[in-house]
Structure formats: C-alpha cells, structure tokens
Write a protein that binds this ligand. Structure first.
Ligand code: SF4
Ligand code: SF4
Length: 409
C-alpha cells in the first residue's frame, strides 16, 4: 500500500514503524473472513482492513473523530487478522500506534475517562481488587442472578510446595487471578514440583501492565513493565530458568516488553532478556513432556472442551500444545467449531463493549457445549471468567486438571 505520511509523524519512531507496517498491507481483504467484529457488525470500518485504512488516513493528516475512535475501540485486539494475513501485516503494533494518536487528538468524555481509570486502578491493584472481590463474595448469595454470575464464589488455593529443587522458575502471580482463581498458580507449582522444578514468585512484581496498555495509558503500562523487570532480573541472574505465565493475556504482554521498551536505554537490554525468558506454562510442559509421562499418569475418563485464548494462539502463536498435554493425560477433547474466533473477553472489552462481547460469548459457548463436555478449559483468566458467566458447565484452567490427574483425583 502506498503511503503519504505527514512529516510530523514520518520522522518519529512510531511513524517509521507505522509506515513499514502499512506498506506491507496489499488490501486483499483475506483478514475480513476471520475478524470477529466484522463477522458480527458487517461494516468494513469494523474490519482489520477498514481500521488500517482509518489509521493510515490519520497518519496522512486527516483529523480523527469520535467515530474513528469508536471503530478502533471496537477492535478486540485478538490479532486473529495477523494469523490470517498472507503479507505478515503486524496489525497489533499498528493499532497501538493508531489508538494512541487518536486518543490524544479526540480525547474522552469525563464519564468515559472515569470508567477507564476505575477499571485500570481497580483491576490492576491486587489489594483493591481483592478487597472488593471479598466484599462481593460475602453478599453473593443475596445478589440477582446476572450479578451473581459475574462474581465467582470464593475458592481454596491448595498448597504451594516448598522450594526443594535445584531447577527453579518464576511465576507472574497476576493482578486479578490470585483473587478470582487462586488454585491456578498453586496447581502450576504442584505440577512443576512433581517433575523437579520449584516455582517461585517475586514479591515485588505485580500486574503485567496489559490493562493500562490496552486502555491507551502507555506510561502506566510501561511503569508496570519496568517494575516487573526490576523484580525479575536478580532472579534470572541467580539462575532461574524461565518466567512462567499462567494467563496467556499476561504472557503476550510480557513477551512484548522487549519491543515496548526498545527505545529506553536503561531498560532495552533487560526488557529483551525478560521477554526471551518468558514462557507460557504449556511451552514449559511440552519441553518436559518426557518427565510428565514418566509419572505414569492414570487415565482420566473426562470429556472436555478446550478454548484456546486469542492471546495464546494469535498473540503468542502457540497452538496445539495444550491439546497434546491434555490428550497425554487421558482426557477426551470434544471437537469445537470456530476455534480461531475470540470469546469476547479481551481484557476490559467485555465491560466496555458488552453487546459485542456477549454476542461472541454466546456464539463461543454454543460451539464449546456442542459436544456435551463435562468441563470447559482454557488458558487465560479473562476468558475463563467471561465464559463461566454464561455457562452452566464449569470452566477451569487446563493446568488445574493436569494437577488433579497427577494427584490421582
Ligand atoms: S492486513 Fe493482510 S489480509 Fe488484511 S487486507 Fe492487509 S494484506 Fe490483506
Ligand atoms: S484484532 Fe481481532 S477484532 Fe481487531 S481487527 Fe484484527 S481480527 Fe478484527
């Protein structure tokens, strides 16, 4: 695609990246077929190609409007279009740049700003989130059904094994996950402990920064990244092998720290090192598959449906690993149609764009439940809670099932 980017953008690092990405797009439109918002809304401006065109216009000098912002806001950042695109267009990076510029030029109403700030602070601060969650869980029994479905009942965490192995890995605890589903990280620690790896958490690490980043608050997102890098580098220096992610939404963000901080002389190298050491738990266990099979897993008769999060299959380009591990563990995976499509969770999207998010949730649950599974499993806390709010079938993280098989449940 030919571009005529204005001088004010062309000579900036963002403008150079945007121009390179735009030139790769040949306008073929293949990406429209797999874009969830285009599937639902049928409007070119709610497709990848339409959004690319909107961003191009802004970079070429057009004045963005609230309508431009709405079409960019409606994008789930699922990056399904990147998987489909035959020309390798890095749509996610272009969208980040476009959203940032449009946000600066169009701004937000006072109520939108308040909602976005409340989401960023409330969800990204574990102390605040956990206190509010405990309050909600305390009165959950008195709530109407639609509210009750949004607040999961309190769950036990299970034991975290004492560190006893020479091999060690770190885990990102996450901001909302330990409150909502505390068993996910302890289950991960137990599975790794059985194959000779101790899992540690760095107390000074916190939210990965994805919440702020996707709400266009670049400064807060990068501040979270720098805090985590400072917390993790000493552990890497001390011999920790990897930084394990149990939520794929966090994993895709941490794997991007190197890119996001590439122009920061104090952090660029450290950020690249952290990103290179980051692994989704499925990546770790696929490498350790022989050690897992040596444990002689007892067969499980459970029939389950797996939902691969977009942040795993499109963001991190990791497909098939979870299915292999669950099949090794004896589970029967039911066939699920439209595996590539987003469930509508997408971080804070389900709160900010509830109509589209709920349509996608209903569509996804229809496919997941078609094979009458006993359980639905996924790999990201956002997808898990979003799907559970509309499903009578329990939705869990797949690593919890593996932990239970290993424990002989
Ligand atoms: S992003 Fe890729 S698939 Fe979509 S129109 Fe451009 S080149 Fe074609
Ligand atoms: S990221 Fe997802 S929702 Fe956004 S344009 Fe690409 S396919 Fe569509």
């Amino acid at each position: 695609m030919q571009t005529h980017i204005t001088d004010s953008f062309r000579n900036t690092p963002e403008g150079e990246v945007a121009e390179r990405i735009l030139r790769n797009c040949v306008h073929c439109g293949f990406c429209l077929a797999t874009c969830p918002t285009y599937q639902i809304l049928g409007n070119e401006l709610d497709s990848p190609r339409g959004r690319i065109y909107l961003i191009k216009q802004v970079l070429e000098g057009a004045t963005p409007t609230a309508k431009t912002q709405l079409h960019l806001d409606r994008c789930l950042t699922c990056r399904n279009c990147e998987t489909t695109c035959p020309s390798g267009v890095e749509y996610g990076k272009l969208l980040d740049i476009g959203r940032h510029i449009v946000e600066e030029k169009v701004g937000r109403s006072a109520s939108e700003t308040a909602t976005r700030t409340a989401l960023k602070t409330g969800l990204g601060t574990p102390l605040l989130f956990n206190s509010a969650l405990k309050l909600g869980q305390g009165v959950r029994g008195l709530m109407p059904r639609f509210l009750k479905s949004r607040i999961p009942a309190a769950e036990a965490a299970g034991d975290w094994p004492q560190p006893r192995h020479a091999r060690r890995m770190l885990v990102l605890q996450g901001c909302v996950q330990p409150g909502l589903k505390p068993n996910i990280n302890t289950a991960t620690a137990r599975v790794l402990d059985r194959i000779g790896i101790s899992l540690l958490a760095a107390a000074a690490a916190g939210c990965c920064g994805a919440l702020a980043h996707h709400l266009n608050d670049t400064d807060d997102g990068l501040a979270a990244a720098r805090r985590n890098i400072d917390a993790w580098i000493p552990h890497l220096d001390a011999g920790v092998e990897a930084i394990v992610m149990t939520a794929s939404g966090c994993g895709v963000m941490v794997k991007d720290y190197g890119w996001l901080l590439r122009d920061d002389p104090a952090y660029a190298d450290k950020a690249a090192r952290i990103s290179a050491a980051t692994r989704d738990i499925s990546e770790v266990l696929i490498v350790e598959r022989a050690a897992l099979s040596a444990l002689n897993l007892p067969p499980s008769a459970k029939k389950i449906a797996y939902h691969p999060p977009c942040t795993l299959q499109h963001g991190q380009k990791l497909s098939g690993g979870v299915e292999v591990l669950l099949t090794d563990a004896g589970f029967e995976l039911t066939p699920v149609a439209e595996k590539h499509l987003c469930c509508g969770s997408a971080g804070t999207y389900s709160i900010l764009q509830p109509d589209i998010a709920n349509q996608l949730k209903a569509r996804k649950l229809g496919h997941l439940q078609a094979g009458a599974p006993e359980l639905i499993v996924t790999a990201n806390i956002g997808c898990l809670t979003h799907l559970q709010s509309g499903s009578a079938v329990p939705v869990r993280h797949w690593v919890e099932l593996l932990d239970e098989v290993l424990a002989g449940h």
